[in-house]
Design a protein around this ligand. Structure first.
Ligand code: ACM
Ligand code: ZN
Length: 765
């Protein structure tokens, strides 16, 4: 295992130090004084291998905005940059040695090491070489350095979902090129889903004639509007086989393998809209879906379906030379199979005890076909249910458990747990972000991920071949938004994939990323800039009996300036030096500054601080927790908003009792709380509330009792605040007895089913 020989000093503008901002962090880097300036005609000596030519062409292209002209010369000839071969190096490992005489990049003959050496070399050069608006005017000076480097994992991926919303080929190529810069090597191309089929299949033209477009798309989040709203804008697009070949070639030129995903047996609406005879319910009309959910319409495991899928996979394996073919396997409801005479007869004939076993049978059969084409399948972790296919690789997404189980069964695993790897999750405080799927996955959480679970032995860990970022496209309709979700988190993921844990350090990563934003800008990447903004988080400090707000920015060397209840923040606003104590409701406005200049937007964060804030409580029913919740979140000083579930606790019983212990005995006269109306989530507001108080926690006296009615009919999610006021009374304990919304009303989703209720922020005055 490589170790760093030098802890680098911090980057400064210009000079040799600034050069060492390589992402992902190399595993060994030794710097010395001196440098080498590339001459106007830079000779590059190349070994015979075709891949050396490929790397040369890539470098030539990367330097096109500079006055430098590259000239290829044979090995053994004097050269400014030498590509050398060392057969003892592992695949993808490289050495980069630069001194006053020139640069040498060494790889084994597979050549990936040359490519990664060139990526490191390019990051040693000024970002401005990527400015295509003008020819770079400075010198290309390479500091003296010896880098010995190799990746931690062989699978370093990112997934682009074009099934939900098509993205143009140009964006696919741009993303692949960016992946290459950060030494990633697998582009997972999610090509089919309920909302679109995006790859031309010659034998089945209706897949694209019918399956690649829909007349409209839901507006807003799936759960937000009731009834759903639609944009009435046609969404269409697919890649021709020529375009697919171009994408595969472009990626191969960057040592990236494209792994296609053809979803089965679920997420098949677009295919069934094209060929309804592949479903269980012949005669039913299927449509390309215009909203986002998990749908009951799935492939029926009958002979014509397998013929279809084998034909599709034949064309797919002809187009994609990847060893792996991803066949999906996730989120396949079994409702259609349960009702289908063919499916039930098949289960009987094959001795399959249940529909999970039928799914496993389905995947086994597809695996046999893919294996017969000389390839192996990857499937989402649901393919474990009913028994893993013998050669399958598992992509673990519902946490790490599936991956752990598969590794114990000696199957290869790619770890992509949602909470660490799903880049459709929010990357910053959700209230201030463009709509995302859900979740909360900030840059430092991505960075901290270690894909090797401690629960596995070293032998079992060896089955974990890597990790990847999954960028699901439900709420991503444009290239700009795709890039916003991908960057800069992709760079943190690249370091998770490449760099040994001993070399990882988030502070140092942030220092390098601060410089790298310039390169991303010049390459036209619409990266999220929350790196330069301030997040505020509040917590009750039991020791001091006080509620404190911490302000934080990722950006190194930044000052934080803030104002309370005033949106104007300037370079002379109070400097944040230590946590801010709050004793009442406040909005904290904050921004990051450097050298007196604002680095990003002023961001507001609202806190609700009252007698309940930070109080502990007991509850009669254990709730489900939103993405930004823990069990204490009912009194965490942050109110849940209607737009998402982040701060809400959901209770599944019709009645619930909660007893809060106040920090100290005191007078109370008002209790507030809010519940949520979101019919798609079966969430209806609280119908009745009773408030009681006690001094000893045993004998309670009722002080307020109210039936709650809501006298309008909303059409979008609503937060219903309620306040119960009563004559001032002394209390140490406050009890809330709440009655939920009862059965979902007639005409609504889950009509007649008992509703749940979501609560947030209990406030006491
Ligand atoms: C998945 O996120 N459904 C794999
Ligand atoms: Zn069926």
């Amino acid at each position: 295992m490589a170790t760093a020989s030098l802890v680098l000093s911090s980057c400064t503008e210009g000079g040799a130090d600034a050069a060492f901002c390589v992402i992902p962090m190399p595993n060994s880097l030794t710097a010395a004084s001196g440098s080498y300036v590339l001459p106007g005609e830079t000779a590059v000596s190349l070994p015979e291998e075709e891949n050396a030519q490929k790397v040369f062409r890539y470098l030539e292209d990367a330097l096109q905005n500079t006055p430098i002209a590259l000239k290829a010369v044979p090995q053994g000839t004097e050269a400014d940059i030498r590509l050398a071969t060392d057969s003892t190096l592992a695949d993808e490992a490289y050495r980069l040695e630069a001194d006053r005489e020139g640069v040498c990049i060494t790889s084994n003959a597979s050549g990936a090491g040359w490519f990664y050496g060139v990526q490191t070399l390019l990051q040693l050069l000024p970002p401005d070489i990527y400015d295509s608006s003008q020819t770079f005017a400075g010198t290309l000076e390479i500091p003296t350095v010896r880098i010995v480097d190799a990746p931690r994992f062989p699978h370093r991926g990112a997934m682009m979902d074009v099934g939900r919303n098509f993205l143009p080929k140009e964006e696919v190529l741009k993303f692949i090129d960016l992946m290459a810069s950060y030494k990633m090597n697998v582009f997972h191309f999610h090509l089919t889903d309920d909302q679109g089929w995006r790859i031309e299949i010659k034998k089945y033209p209706r897949l694209t004639e019918v399956g690649s477009h829909r007349p409209r798309t839901q507006i807003g989040h799936s759960d937000y509007y009731y009834p759903r709203r639609y944009d009435n804008k046609e969404q269409r697009g697919y890649y021709t086989q020529d375009e697919i070949r171009e994408i595969v070639r472009y990626a191969a030129d960057r040592f990236i393998t494209v792994v296609p995903e053809i979803e089965m047996p679920g997420h098949a609406s677009a295919a069934l809209a094209s060929y309804p005879e592949l479903s269980c319910g012949l005669g039913k009309t299927y449509v390309v879906r215009d909203y986002f959910d998990v749908f009951d319409e799935v492939y029926c495991p009958k002979e014509n379906t397998f013929r279809f899928l084998e034909d599709v996979l034949t064309e797919v394996t002809d187009l994609f030379p990847s060893h792996y073919i991803h066949i999906g396997g996730d989120e396949c409801p079994k409702k259609a199979w349960k009702k289908c005479a063919h499916c039930q007869a098949l289960m009987k004939r094959e001795g399959l005890p249940d529909e999970e076993a039928l799914q496993s049978w389905f995947i086994h059969r597809i695996e046999q076909f893919v294996n017969s084409r000389g390839r192996d399948i990857i499937g989402w972790d649901e393919i474990l249910q009913g028994g893993l296919a013998p050669n399958a690789t598992v992509m673990s997404w519902r946490g790490e458990e599936g991956g752990i189980e598969a590794a114990r069964q000696k199957h290869r695993v790619i770890m992509t747990p949602g909470v660490r790897c799903y880049f459709d999750f929010y990357q910053s405080v959700p209230e201030e972000e463009p709509m995302a799927m859900r979740g909360f996955l900030p840059l430092d959480t991505v960075y901290a991920y270690d894909p090797l679970p401690a629960a596995l032995t070293p032998e079992e860990q060896a089955y974990i071949i890597g990790t990847q970022a999954n960028i699901w496209g439900e709420y991503i309709q444009t290239p700009e938004h795709f890039e916003y979700m991908a960057f800069p988190r992709l760079l943190a993921m690249a370091e998770v994939q490449w760099t040994q844990p001993e070399q990882k350090d988030f502070k140092d990563f942030a220092r390098r990323l601060d410089k790298e934003f310039r390169r991303l800008d010049l390459r036209g990447v619409n990266a999220c800039r929350n790196f330069y903004e301030v997040d505020a988080s509040g917590a009750w400090k039991e020791k001091d009996g006080i509620y404190e707000v911490d302000l934080h920015t990722f950006c190194p060397d930044a000052e934080i300036r803030y104002a309370l209840n005033d949106s104007v923040v300037t370079a002379t606003s109070p400097l944040y030096e230590s946590p801010i104590a709050l004793t009442e409701d406040a909005v904290v406005y904050a921004a990051a500054y450097r050298d007196g200049k604002p680095l990003g937007q002023v961001k507001p964060t609202a806190f609700a601080v009252n007698a309940a804030t930070g109080c502990t409580y007991s509850y009669s029913e254990t709730p489900d927790l939103g993405d930004l919740c823990d069990i204490h979140s009912l009194t965490d000083g942050r109110q849940g908003q209607a737009r998402d579930h982040h701060r809400w606790l959901t209770f599944h019983r019709d009645t619930m009792q909660l007893v809060l212990k106040l920090h100290r005995p005191g007078k109370v006269s008002k209790v507030s709380f809010a519940s949520l109306w979101r019919p798609w989530n079966t969430l209806w507001p609280v119908r009745a509330a009773r408030i009681s108080v006690s001094m000893n926690g045993e004998h309670f006296v009722s002080v307020a009792d109210s039936l709650l009615t809501y006298d309008f009919t909303p059409t979008e999610a609503v937060r219903f605040p309620v306040s119960l006021c009563f004559p001032e009374v002394e209390a140490t304990f406050v009890r809330l007895e709440l009655v939920g919304g009862g059965p979902c009303p007639k005409g609504y989703y889950n009509e007649g089913k008992n509703s749940d209720f979501a609560l947030d922020e209990i406030e006491i005055y």
